[in-house]
Each structure stands twice: as C-alpha cells, then as structure tokens.
Design a protein around this ligand. Structure first.
Ligand SMILES: NC(=O)c1ccc[n+]([C@@H]2O[C@H](COP(=O)([O-])OP(=O)(O)OC[C@H]3O[C@@H](n4cnc5c(N)ncnc54)[C@H](O)[C@@H]3O)[C@@H](O)[C@H]2O)c1
Ligand SMILES: O=C(O)C(=O)C[C@@H](O)[C@H](O)[C@H](O)COP(=O)(O)O
Ligand SMILES: [Zn+2]
Length: 368
C-alpha cells in the first residue's frame, strides 16, 4: 500500500500524519501502537458514520479496541456551543477517564468540534483525527486549532490542542460530493498561493485530475499541503507570527461566511477562494503584487469551478463585512492584520494596511 508519512515536529507533542488509500483499515493497529489503552470514543459526523463507520469499527475491533460511537449532525451549524455542550454531556455520561482516547471521524466540522471537546473534557483528553474530506486531510486535521463558532464570529471559542495522530485515508474521498471536494481544493490552492509557486504550477496541471478523482494526484496534493502546514505549525504553533500565513484569504472569507449565516449558501473553502482573490486584489491595489499574478489565481479558481467573487444575487454591505472583519483574532490594538502577497507563492503578514483600499476592495467585489 502507498503510504506517505509527514511528521509534525512539536517536541513532546510531535505526531505523524499518515496519508494514503487504506489508512482507515490500519486505524486499530496504529491507535493500539499509541499505547493509550483498549477503549476509544469515536465522535463522528452522522453522514460519515453511515458511510465509513463500520469500516472503522472493524479496524478497531481487529486490534481488540472497544468502541463507543457518538454522532453529530452534518453541517457547519454543528460547530456551536449548544452542540458542544450536548456532546460533552454524552461523553461524560459514558464514564470516561483521563486515559480515554477520542477519535474524530469526519470533515473539519467534526475535527474542530471533537478536538475542542477533547481539549476541555476532564481538562484534556488525547485525540486522533481521521479526516474524511479533502479540506480536513490537507488542513483542519493538522495543527491543533480546535473550536466552535459564536454568534459574534467564526472560530471565536476554542483551544490549541494537538492530536496524537492523523490518519488521512484518501480513498474515503470517493464518497465526498463534488462541491465539497472543490471547496477543500481551495485550501490546497492556498498553500501554493502563500508559499510555493512551483506547487501552484503543479496544481494548474494536476488540479483538474485531482478533482476528477485521480488517486496519485490526490496523494501528492495532500502530502505537499501537509508538509507545508507541518513546517509552519512546527515553527509557530500558536500563531504568534508566521502561522498567520495559513490564514491567507480568511479575514475576508470568514466575514463572507458570517454574512451568509454559516450555511450551505457558502462553504468555508468557497469563502476562502473568494477571500484569497480579495487578498490578491488588495495587494495589487497597494502596488505590491503584479496584476498578472492575481489574474492567474482567478483563472485557476475559475477553471476548477470555484467562486472568485461574492454571489451577486445576494445583497451585501461593505460596513457589515468590515464589522465581521473587526472580530478577527488577528486584530492587534484595534488594527486588522492581513496576509498580503508580492506574487504567487510570496505571502507575508502585515498590520499596516490603510482602511480606504480595504473598503475599496470590498466595494469592488460586491458591486453588481
Ligand atoms: N482547524 C483548522 O485548522 C481548520 C482549517 C480549515 C478549516 N477548518 C474548519 O473546517 C470546517 C469545514 O470543514 P469541511 O469542509 O471538511 O466540512 P464538513 O466537516 O462540514 O464536511 C463537509 C460535508 O461533507 C460530508 N462528508 C465528510 N466526509 C465525507 C465523505 N468521505 N463522504 C461523503 N460525505 C462526507 C459531511 O457530512 C458534510 O456534509 C469549517 O468549519 C472550517 O472553519 C478548520
Ligand atoms: O491552521 C491555521 O492556522 C489556519 O489558519 C488554517 C485555516 O485554513 C483554518 O480555516 C483555521 O480554522 C482558521 O483559523 P482562525 O484562527 O482564523 O479561526
Ligand atoms: Zn480555512
């Protein structure tokens, strides 16, 4: 079996990301090898549990591990304090100990929620990520950002809590709806756009193959994305500086998600695609980035069917978007922090952006 293993180097909290088709079937042996006892609680997205829960149960049973599964409803609305409170009640109701291991089975929603539950239950349980969307395999399962949304904004309640292991079985993506695969692909493009122009070139040639289900292209893209994320997180776990590069497109994107109510109207990856274009627009407007690089990004996102500007059939307001942006966790002394670019693959972090060009980028993007 093809397996790629990437190590996230965080001293005593270092862990492996195992990538490849069939990794789920190895979950029992790999979890047993962690030496955390013979009992796990799986927290699963109900849709994913129906599709892949039996295979995980069988893998765990083969290694003599007892499993109890708790499901949560699919969708971004599940990343809430209400669902978290109910989930914690159910976890505690199972009579857990500090040694009990949680396993998150699903996309970024379940990974963020279950990871946060693991961070706070009994003041901290160990957990394993089994990501089942492209987005979760390339991004959310790695790096330890866990949490839920608040009425005040996206991911405003949470904790840094690293998993013990990430098992990214790329074969599970076969059941993922095309729109979800595409949305996850936006975070893959993000890695090329922020720090690897060669990877961006590769994606221009291979992205369509990946989206058509090509296994080799998928493994390669997941591997490169995880390598980049592991390197950045290994240097700056708590986003004191360079980790903010992984937020390219997110200050704008999270504002769009907040305005659309965190529903099916705009998926996180779709918001990131639009947000990246806005970050490039702002960089061009400030004279930092050639317009040709912005155009290249837009052409590639267009070519794979990702949105590049907010849906014009809705009504948007610059002030409302700016209001959401002020809730961003990167705000320092009242100033917004942006991830800007000098070109494809050359992102940097700054909090020295005047207000006018930001408002102008928003106004242009939402103009009818
Ligand atoms: N923690 C981080 O570093 C980080 C990084 C990026 C995104 N995120 C968060 O991740 C979330 C988005 O994650 P997502 O895009 O994975 O969405 P998601 O978890 O909502 O999953 C998308 C949909 O796909 C379904 N699904 C999942 N796996 C499937 C499979 N293999 N087959 C069929 N259906 C499947 C789910 O039921 C759901 O309906 C957002 O909340 C975002 O903020 C977090
Ligand atoms: O891991 C990170 O760091 C990221 O910023 C990855 C992002 O893709 C992800 O959406 C993350 O959840 C955003 O974090 P936030 O701190 O802006 O809420
Ligand atoms: Zn993201």
């Amino acid at each position: 079996m093809t397996r790629e293993t990437i190590r996230v180097g965080l001293g005593p909290r270092s862990y492996d990301i195992v990538i490849g088709p069939g990794a789920l079937a190895e979950a029992g042996d790999r979890i047993a090898a962690l030496g955390r006892g013979k009992r796990v609680i799986v927290i699963a997205d109900a849709r994913v549990a129906a599709l892949h829960g039996t295979a995980l149960d069988a893998a765990l049973a083969k290694a003599g591990i007892a499993v109890e599964t708790l499901t949560v409803p699919p969708g971004e609305a599940t990343k809430s304090m209400t669902v978290l409170a109910g989930l914690l009640d159910r976890i505690l109701g199972l009579g857990i100990e500090r040694g009990t291991l949680l396993v998150a089975l699903g996309g970024g929603v379940v990974g963020d929620l279950a990871g946060f539950a693991a961070a706070v239950a009994l003041r901290g349980l160990d957990f394993v990520q089994i990501p089942t969307t492209l987005l979760a395999q390339v991004d959310s399962s790695v790096g330890g950002k866990t949490g839920v949304n608040s009425q005040h904004g996206k991911n405003l309640i949470g904790a840094f809590h690293q998993p013990l292991l990430v098992l990214a079985d790329t074969a599970l993506l076969a059941t993922l709806p095309a729109r979800e695969l595409r949305a996850g692909y936006a975070e893959v493009v993000k890695y090329g756009a922020l720090g690897d122009a060669g990877f961006f070139d590769w994606l221009q040639d291979n992205g369509p193959k990946l989206l058509a289900g090509d296994g080799a292209a998928t493994i390669q893209a997941v591997k490169r994305s995880c390598e980049m994320k592991a390197e950045i997180v290994g240097q700056d776990e708590r986003e004191a500086a360079q980790r903010a590069l992984l937020n390219l497109g997110h200050t704008f994107g999270h504002a769009l998600e907040a305005e659309t109510g965190y529903g099916d109207a705009l998926l996180h990856g779709e918001a990131v695609a639009i947000g990246m274009v806005m970050a490039f627009d702002l960089s061009v407007r400030l004279g930092l980035c050639p317009a040709a690089d912005r155009d290249r990004l837009v052409r590639h996102l267009d070519a794979v069917g990702l949105p590049t500007r907010p849906d014009r059939s809705r009504s948007w307001s610059v002030d409302a978007l700016l209001h959401h942006m002020t809730r961003d966790k990167k705000v320092r002394d009242g100033r917004l922090t942006f991830i800007l670019v000098r070109g494809i693959g050359q992102a940097f972090v700054t909090n020295e952006v005047p207000a006018e060009p930001v408002a102008a980028v928003l106004a242009d993007a939402i103009a009818a």
